[in-house]
Design a protein. Structure first.
Length: 333
């Protein structure tokens, strides 16, 4: 019997549950159907395979899966995190997740710190954050994040690629957020019932393509509710669709944004709002149903070549400077 298999047998017998299960470098471990008690620790080149119905949990106060070292991989496992600890924690090195499900009570379902995460087909349910990453690299494709309180994905000084993900809110902060991200790519993601803000990009460089954001709602004080919120960032966007925003469809505060071939529908305030010396080009977009079309504050720039504006409730769509006759409710910036 291999060392990994022996450790697993002890854990399943209940004699190693307190210490957890260590998978040695380049070791392979197969978890059987049904519940297993961890925590589980991966040490570089480890491979975890799960039989159908395999569920891994850990005692309260313990991270369920801790990964360190390069080229760890988990396939087909369900992880259940209790309390405020993470379901999966990556500190340095790299981890690949394939068809992994994480259910969390609080804290982060997946926490990345200075590591590289690649995930395909993940499903996250619950927690304060779905994926929370600091100074790392995150590549997510083809999964779902639901019933998360704060943010579905939150990246801090992290390079990110997020594609074909479905995020269902409401989210208290934003469905997707990035702070000081040197390179962020969003493509064909679907955000439903966004809550506070759909996509929030702060002091970052980002490319967006064919994403759909719906259902950003202002709170009881009339704050937030923006579909796409850009602060001091360099952003290009093509083919995105933003609909049903209680605040503004797009907010540009400083920085530059080039948005083309988009659809912005049913915005409670402006389809696009530019302030704090921001620059926005809104090219060949279709705007329908908003209090205002394109609003540009003094010192900022905004153009809308080839963009159509329909069903505006208060003012004509031409780019203007100065304050609106009927400005939207104040928004925390």
């Amino acid at each position: 019997m291999s060392r990994a298999a022996a450790l697993l047998a002890l854990a399943l017998a209940g004699r190693a549950a307190a210490a957890g299960i260590d998978v040695p470098p380049r070791g392979t471990l197969t978890l059987p159907s049904g519940p297993t008690t961890g925590p589980l620790r991966l040490h570089g080149g480890a491979r975890i395979r799960a039989a159908p119905g395999a569920v891994l949990s850990a005692p309260d106060g313990k991270v369920v899966v801790a990964s360190e070292g390069e080229e760890n991989e988990i396939v087909g496992l369900s992880v259940r995190a209790r309390g405020e600890q993470s379901g999966i924690q990556l500190r340095g090195g790299s981890l690949a997740l394939r068809e992994v499900r994480v259910a969390a009570e609080r804290g982060s379902a997946i926490l990345v710190s200075e590591g590289r995460l690649s995930a395909r087909g993940i499903a996250i349910d619950g927690g304060d954050y779905g994926v929370l990453a600091y100074r790392g690299e995150v590549d997510l494709e083809g999964g779902s994040i639901e019933r998360v309180r704060r943010a579905g994905v939150a990246l801090v000084r992290t390079t990110g690629r997020i594609a074909r993900m479905r995020l269902v809110g409401p989210f208290g902060d934003a469905a997707l957020s990035a702070l000081a991200s040197p390179k962020l790519s969003l493509e064909r993601n679907e955000i439903a019932a966004a809550g506070s803000i759909g996509i929030k990009i702060l002091s970052s460089t980002a490319t967006l393509a064919h994403d759909r954001v719906a259902g950003a709602k202002a709170d009881a004080r009339g704050l937030e509710g923006d579909g796409l919120y850009l602060f001091q960032s360099e952003v290009s966007s093509s083919g995105d669709r933003i609909e049903g925003s209680g605040g503004n469809g797009v907010v540009v505060l400083g920085g530059r944004a080039a948005i083309r071939d988009c659809v912005i529908e049913r915005s409670g305030d402006a389809a696009a709002w530019v302030d704090e010396r921001g620059r926005l080009s809104l090219t060949r977009c279709a705007v329908r149903g908003a209090a205002l079309g394109l609003h540009v504050e003094p010192g900022s720039e905004g153009t809308a070549p080839g963009t159509t504006f329909r069903e505006l409730r208060e003012v004509p769509p031409e780019p203007r400077t100065g304050r609106n006759q009927s400005p939207p409710a104040p928004v925390e910036r």
